[in-house]
Write a protein that binds this ligand. Structure first.
Ligand SMILES: O=C(O)C1=C[C@@H](OP(=O)(O)O)[C@@H](O)[C@H](O)C1
Ligand SMILES: C=C(OP(=O)(O)O)C(=O)O
Length: 434
């Protein structure tokens, strides 16, 4: 239980470098492992999810050394992974699980994957079924982990994805690079494209056609290790973008944040709502980055539908918080995927926001929020539901109310942002009465 002690604030001020991007850190380990030669990752995210990936690849026989945020991987090549001597622990990480399934489906050994209680409830057939069409032999437990993967020779696939998911797409790309012929994957909507961009940087031939949703994957690339600086995670910067917008008299500088356009839905939404963000762009390591300067603003309500969801999927609890302070009714729909994240994020947001006295209504695929109504706190015991993004959203929400709260499950921040509470503390300017 963490105390979220009320402190009268004269705004949030200062400069932060948020931790490395989670999606890119996972992929850096995976693609480095199956390349030839050395891969060096700087500013790697040393949070629990990415450490699950790192440990799994060590168990698969890949020499990986980490010193702080620097990771050196001695790649073993696409066919050099070894059968692990025990089941692989995926921890809480959906990304580790789904991507590794695609990769291990084509290896010449058998593996078992398991995860924690939350991960063991998340759907895995979305990956195992299309992989089976490629010849994979994967046995999931009623659609969930644990999963047994018997590696097989894979054949190419021409497949329309049934869910807008970068994890499913990436699993299929990792299987397709091991197949006999080129594969075609067609997305419902464009989702984050780190797998495509990064695999190409390692030497693969993964081409996205001009329609933005058709991806051609050439098999059996010779991948070569690279040196990469992981940009700051937009999904972590997002907490401070929203906090500085909503806490009056704030101005924060967020350094070196990844602004790949498949990830910047929150920036777009924030600007549409009247938020004030200045972007100073740079381009490093093949992924665009920017310093983001955010100041407090009064907000208008917004309508968001399915087409906008993938670029803001992990930031939707924060969009709900912005909506709860906008001067009217906002509607977020097409976000049913939130129900199968670390927790049911629609139910969790509605339950916790109701405790804060926010006027919110649950929809099957989103929420309706009336930000024009004053918050009337009903309960001071908040709960992260074991979900890092819910816990951090509630910590930001607590800054907007003149009272203290207790947050259960605050340790969940270790999944993606272990320094979150220290970083937040470092930018809180407490009013002095002297
Ligand atoms: O590919 C990735 O790195 C991720 C994809 C998204 O999941 P889905 O593919 O399930 O939407 C996102 O929610 C997750 O945090 C990271
Ligand atoms: C959904 C998330 O991660 P994963 O699917 O990798 O568990 C997240 O980080 O919000």
């Amino acid at each position: 239980m963490k105390e979220l002690t009320h402190k009268p604030l004269s705004g949030l001020h200062g400069e932060l470098s948020v931790p490395g991007d989670k999606s890119i850190s996972h992929r850096g380990i995976m693609f480095g492992a199956i390349s030839h030669g050395q891969t060096i990752l700087h500013h790697f995210l040393t949070a629990e999810d990415c450490l699950s990936t790192l440990k799994a690849f060590q168990q698969l026989g890949v020499p990986i050394k980490r010193t702080g945020e620097t990771v050196v991987i001695d790649g073993v090549g696409l066919h050099g992974l070894k059968k692990p001597d025990k089941p692989l622990d995926m921890g809480n990480s959906g990304t580790t699980t789904r991507l590794i399934m695609g990769l291990l489906a084509g290896q010449n050994f058998e593996t078992t994957l398991f995860g924690d209680a939350s991960l063991s409830k998340r759907p895995m057939k979305r990956v195992s079924e299309p992989l089976a069409e490629m010849g994979a032999d994967i046995c999931v437990t009623e659609g969930h982990l644990p999963a047994r993967i018997h590696g097989k020779k894979l054949h190419a696939i021409d497949y329309h994805l049934r869910v807008a998911s970068a994890q499913v797409k990436s699993a299929l790309i990792l299987a397709a690079i091991q197949a006999d012929k080129p594969s075609i994957l067609v997305e419902q909507l464009p989702t984050r494209n780190h797998t495509e961009k990064m695999l190409n940087a390692f030497g693969a031939a993964v081409e996205t056609l001009p329609d933005g949703v058709t991806i051609q994957v050439n098999p059996q690339p010779k991948l070569n290790g690279i040196e990469l600086t992981v940009p700051g995670d937009m999904s972590s910067a997002a907490f401070f973008l929203v906090a500085a917008t909503l806490v009056p008299n704030s101005k924060l500088i967020l350094k070196n944040v990844g602004v790949n356009e498949t990830r910047t839905g929150l920036l777009k939404i924030l600007k549409q709502m009247g938020g004030r963000v200045v972007e100073r762009h740079r381009d490093e390591s093949g992924e665009p980055t920017a310093d983001l300067i955010v100041s407090s603003a009064a907000l208008k309500p917004i309508e968001i539908g399915a087409a906008e969801i993938p670029a803001v999927i992990d930031e939707l609890p924060l969009v709900a918080l912005l909506a709860a302070k906008a001067n009217g009714v906002s509607r977020i729909t097409g976000a049913g995927e939130l129900r199968v994240k670390e927790t049911d994020r629609i139910a969790a947001v509605v339950q916790e926001f109701t405790k804060l006295g926010i006027t919110i209504r649950e929809l099957p695929d989103g929420f309706v929020i009336d930000g024009s109504q004053p918050w009337q706190v009903k309960k001071h015991q908040l709960d992260s539901h074991g979900d890092h993004r819910i816990g951090m959203t509630l910590a930001i929400a607590s800054l907007l109310v003149d009272t203290s709260f207790q947050l259960a499950g605050a340790e969940s921040v270790n999944i993606s942002y272990p320094e979150f509470f220290d970083d937040l503390e470092s930018v809180m300017n407490v009013e002095s009465y002297s």
